[in-house]
Design a binder for this molecule. Structure first.
Ligand SMILES: [Fe+2]
Length: 488
């Protein structure tokens, strides 16, 4: 049977990505431009990424925004119109360049927040769900709540129940705080989140006052200039959680479903995510909830029906058997090893195929890994654990007993034994791995068999300041830079 394929595209703002969906709903590929161009958060598509899609007969292209609405938003926000990107044809010509030899049969565009909702709902296990989208800024919506279900033909149907408009924006607020702390907005929000555990929320009301302003251009650098960064981060986190939960309460009150689909960049705040189970019984966050995930959302909307979601390993493939034995042997003798095997993760978290792993036992491992990664000492590392052992090591919040994509924090029950995977507030960003036949599952099984310890420390395999390792050549560069072997 000859299949038609849909190419979903998110590009032109930050963290460009493409996804390919086959006519029967199979997700063939999803990848980030930055992993190919090596430019962190690369806003534009690059040829090497597009070449991954060359084998597919692209019938439809689906773009994650309506370009003219985006330009209207730029006009309103004072950024001015970009006349080169008014129509989708212009955008695609600029983004695809010579790669676009044969124009597809059709080109579709969808609203930014609808793409977020679809990237979640159509990959989720639910037949019906309340979708909540919270991000910084796409077109005009900054928060939206949707009723989603499938009709009798299996077509996904979305009804917008409520939305909040720019310039009020939870994501813009958190990004502006991130910038105020001297970090990169739209990238290093996770550092702000990690830092928050070290401070006291003394400035929640000062932060609240900021919400009245348009934070698109950032915060005055002199704002709270005597305050400790950690206290600002803690205050921003407290206020952000309050705002997120008020959205969740509102979403819950529509009484549409007890299933929550949550997308948008703010859904990466795993600290805030720990309490989502207070509002909904079942939670699904697609592992790439930010704008790059909208390439899959746009493709999902063009497809119309449920996608066949299997796992987040959708990117570039490094072929060969997952190197279980070699990694375990090296961990036993050297405590630290890299692995780059199988298909790369779609989304910002390394989930075992592009991972920097370490033996989590003992008090020195965190400093050892930090020394290699040369990052701030206060930042925690995440544990990856065999799912059936999670209760013995962590208290997981309601709704997060299974956490295969590292999207919530749990409380470590033995921080004395595993300080390397615990944050200063006792939390750990836990990844549970069920019997899914994945390489990381087989590795953990073998590690447990040999050591009796069912968990490993897991952090992303990347050279400091660079995107995650994508192919074998990147892995070789990592190996040379840090003298840590990367097994394929
Ligand atoms: Fe977005």
């Amino acid at each position: 049977m000859k299949h038609q394929y849909i190419l979903g595209i998110s590009a032109g703002f930050h963290d460009a990505a493409v996804s390919v969906v086959r006519g029967d709903g199979e997700i063939m590929f999803a990848g980030h431009s930055e992993r190919y161009s090596k430019k962190k958060n690369d806003a534009d598509l690059c040829l090497a990424l597009l070449q991954e899609c060359c084998d597919y007969q692209i019938d439809t292209m689906a773009y994650y925004e309506r370009p003219w609405v985006k330009q209207l938003q730029r006009l309103v926000s004072g950024q001015g119109i970009d006349w080169r990107n008014i129509t989708v044809k212009q955008v695609l010509t600029n983004q695809l360049g010579t790669w676009l030899q044969h124009p597809p049969r059709q080109i579709q565009t969808y609203s930014h927040h609808l793409c977020h909702a679809a990237s979640g709902f159509q990959t989720s296990p639910f037949d019906r769900a309340t979708c909540v989208v919270i991000d910084a800024i796409g077109e005009f919506d900054t928060v939206s709540i949707w009723a989603a279900e499938y009709d009798q033909q299996g077509q996904a149907v979305y009804k917008k129940l409520w939305s909040q408009w720019y310039p009020r924006s939870i994501g813009l607020f958190y990004s502006a705080i991130t910038q105020r702390l001297g970090l990169h907005p739209m990238d290093e929000e996770y550092i702000t989140m990690g830092m928050s555990a070290y401070g006291q929320p003394r400035y929640v009301e000062e932060c609240r006052a900021l919400l009245e302003d348009n934070l698109h251009a950032g915060i005055d650098p002199d704002w709270l200039w005597l305050a400790d960064n950690e206290d600002i981060a803690a205050s921003a986190q407290v206020l952000t959680e309050e705002l997120i939960y008020s959205v969740m309460r509102r979403a819950q009150e529509f009484n549409w479903s007890t299933n929550l689909v949550y997308q948008g960049g703010v859904a990466l705040n795993c600290l805030a995510n720990r309490n989502l189970g207070e509002y909904f019984e079942n939670i699904w966050i697609m592992p790439c909830p930010g704008d790059s995930g909208n390439s899959l959302g746009a493709a999902a909307l063009a497809h119309g029906k449920r996608l066949r979601w299997r796992n987040a390993f959708l990117g570039h493939e490094i072929s060969g058997e997952y190197p279980v034995g070699a990694v375990v042997d090296h961990l036993l003798s050297n405590q630290i090893a890299g692995v780059a095997s199988g298909r790369a993760e779609f989304g910002p978290r390394a989930l075992g195929n592009r991972s920097h792993l370490a033996d989590p036992r003992g008090i020195h491992i965190k400093d050892q890994v930090n020394e290699i990664k040369r990052r701030q000492k206060f930042r925690p590392f995440a544990p990856v654990i065999l799912a059936e052992h999670v209760d013995a090591f962590f208290h997981m919040p309601r709704g997060w007993h299974h956490s295969p994509y590292m999207q919530s924090v749990g409380t470590c029950l033995r921080p004395d034994l595993y300080p390397g995977i615990c944050h200063v507030d006792g939390s750990s960003r836990v990844q549970t791995v069920g019997p899914d036949g994945s390489g990381i599952r087989r590795l953990l099984e073998e590690w447990y068999h040999v050591t009796g310890c069912p968990l490993l420390l897991n952090t992303s395999l990347n050279i400091r300041g660079q995107p995650m390792v994508n192919d074998r050549a990147d892995a070789d560069r990592f190996q040379a830079a840090y003298n840590v072997p990367v097994f394929s």
